[in-house]
Design a protein around this ligand. Structure first.
Ligand SMILES: *Cc1c(COP(=O)(O)O)cnc(C)c1O
Length: 462
């Protein structure tokens, strides 16, 4: 399988190279040159299989010769053995025809573990073969960072640097990043927003000299392997509710557009997904873009669903590339316009996007209300991101078509928002019960690429 950049000017790579590279050298994002398809029989055969077996079948065609079947099988087994639910991504029912896909049973309690645990295993395999050492650099609105640290802590040939917006993540999220004692873990509190962190990340990756000097590797959802791992649970969930014999709709609480983009790939592979609903909080650039065709960057307003507090949604570039008929030059031009505040999507491309995605938003009050409503109706305690999804999903229900809303985090990661809604403080699971007693290690840094570079050079251990 060959991987090409959305901006059309970077080297074509194989799967392992694309994974180790992260951001393409032309500033673009890697995508497979062709999308493999599953027949109706292939999909029907998935129902009832263990999660790991479905993962192997879905991931294999994208990996080509980068890893053997045995290597991949072993990596998948090790990635998910630490999850606390045998189904890995179990579903509960919210109402007739409306289901919740629980993606928070991994070690750091958010869906990011699905991809990060697998990437951790695949990086180890690739580094063992090449003998290389890498400095992983990530930007996080909270959950990616803790998932990356959990996946890479203590590994001998890897340093992991995570930039998060100072004062804008929940206390549980911050402590998950600042309490691991391993010397190769570095939590950087940047004076800025998540968008600033992501912009500095791209600055450092686009500095090719620095990038090569420290062996920079990226594990944000700009990394194709992240998106790939997230395709799997669309298949397990849809197959268990009757795909391929019936259509299934999904609603995804969306920030950087990685999770929902994985859903669009599942659909392109042949999974009968009907509506794919983008749910945003008050930071609704994606909802505005899909409604009006104008992608205009506003200012990030902190919300009670902080993992979606974002204005520049990196993976949207992948959807644009597909919508513009794989035209790297057109994407290049849009990204140039984005530097001065935004762009208008062409009529043709907008129509293409609307064939795949619909969208909606939830205000802060609507999010809090939905946490209370779901608790009253089902006794389920949900996190604020999940509440955003459910609020928007309810506006898109169709008779006879099951709707699956993605539950992206455990409510105990966002206890203040949950308590404000239902007067119950959700408890952390046993393996994290002492999180508030552990010592923290954080380095505060200015929103400045050179300062961050010096810090990486100074702190790296490998
Ligand atoms: C990361 C995250 C999201 C947004 O996912 P994207 O792939 O960035 O769109 C939603 N909810 C939670 C809890 C998250 O951690």
């Amino acid at each position: 399988m060959r991987y090409v950049s959305t901006r059309g000017r970077a080297e074509v790579l194989d799967f392992a190279q694309a994974m180790m590279t992260g951001l393409a050298r032309d500033g673009g994002l890697y995508l497979p040159e062709t999308i493999p398809t599953f027949t109706r029989e292939d999909i029907a055969a998935l129902d009832g299989l263990p999660y790991e077996e479905v993962a192997l079948r879905v991931i294999t065609p994208f990996v080509g010769t980068s890893f053997s079947q045995d290597e991949l099988k072993g990596a998948i087994a090790r990635a998910y053995q630490g999850f606390d639910h045998v189904a890995r991504a179990p579903m509960v029912q919210l109402a007739p025809g409306h289901f919740l896909l629980e993606l928070f049973h991994g070690p750091t309690l958010a869906f990011k573990d699905f991809a990060m645990q697998l990437i951790g295993q695949l990086f180890q395999l690739a580094l063992a073969k090449s003998g290389d050492r890498v400095a992983i650099l990530g930007a996080t609105s909270g959950d990616t960072g803790s998932a990356a640290i959990e996946a890479f802590r203590g590994l001998s040939n890897v340093d992991v640097f995570i930039m998060y917006p100072h004062g804008r993540v929940s206390e549980v999220q911050r402590r998950q990043m600042s309490t691991p004692a391993d010397a190769n873990v570095h939590a950087l509190a940047v004076d800025g927003t998540f968008d600033d962190c992501q912009a500095r990340l791209k600055d450092l990756f686009n500095d090719h000299e620095f990038r090569d000097a420290v062996g920079l590797a990226g594990v944000n959802s700009i990394n194709w392997a992240r998106v790939l791992a997230q395709i799997v649970y669309y298949f397990t969930a849809a197959a268990s509710l009757g795909a391929p014999l019936r259509e299934i709709d999904f609603t995804v609480p969306t920030g950087n557009f990685g999770d929902i983009f994985a859903g669009s790939i599942a659909k392109a592979m042949g999974l009968p997904i009907g509506k794919l609903v983008v749910a945003t909080n008050q930071n609704d650039i994606l909802h505005r873009a899909l409604s009006t065709g104008e992608y205009r960057v506003g200012t990030v307003e902190p919300s009670i669903s902080p993992s979606m507090d974002i204005q520049v949604s990196s993976n949207f570039e992948r959807a644009l590339w597909l919508a513009y008929g794989r035209d790297g030059a057109a994407v290049n031009q849009l990204m140039d316009e984005l530097k001065s505040g935004g762009f208008a999507v062409s009529q043709g491309a907008l129509q293409h996007l609307r064939e795949t995605y619909v969208s909606g938003r939830a205000s802060e009050d609507e999010t809090t209300e939905m946490i209370a409503t779901i608790h009253a109706e089902t006794a389920e305690v949900i996190c604020p991101h999940t509440a955003v999804a459910i609020k928007v999903a309810r506006e898109h229900l169709r008779p006879g078509v099951p709707m699956i809303s993605l539950s992206t985090a455990h409510p105990a990661k966002f206890p203040d928002a949950v308590e404000a809604a239902i007067a119950v403080r959700p408890a952390l699971p046993a393996h994290m019960a002492d999180l508030f007693d552990r010592d923290e290690r954080i380095t505060r840094v200015e929103n400045d690429a050179d300062k961050i570079k010096s810090l990486i050079l100074e702190r790296r251990t490998v």
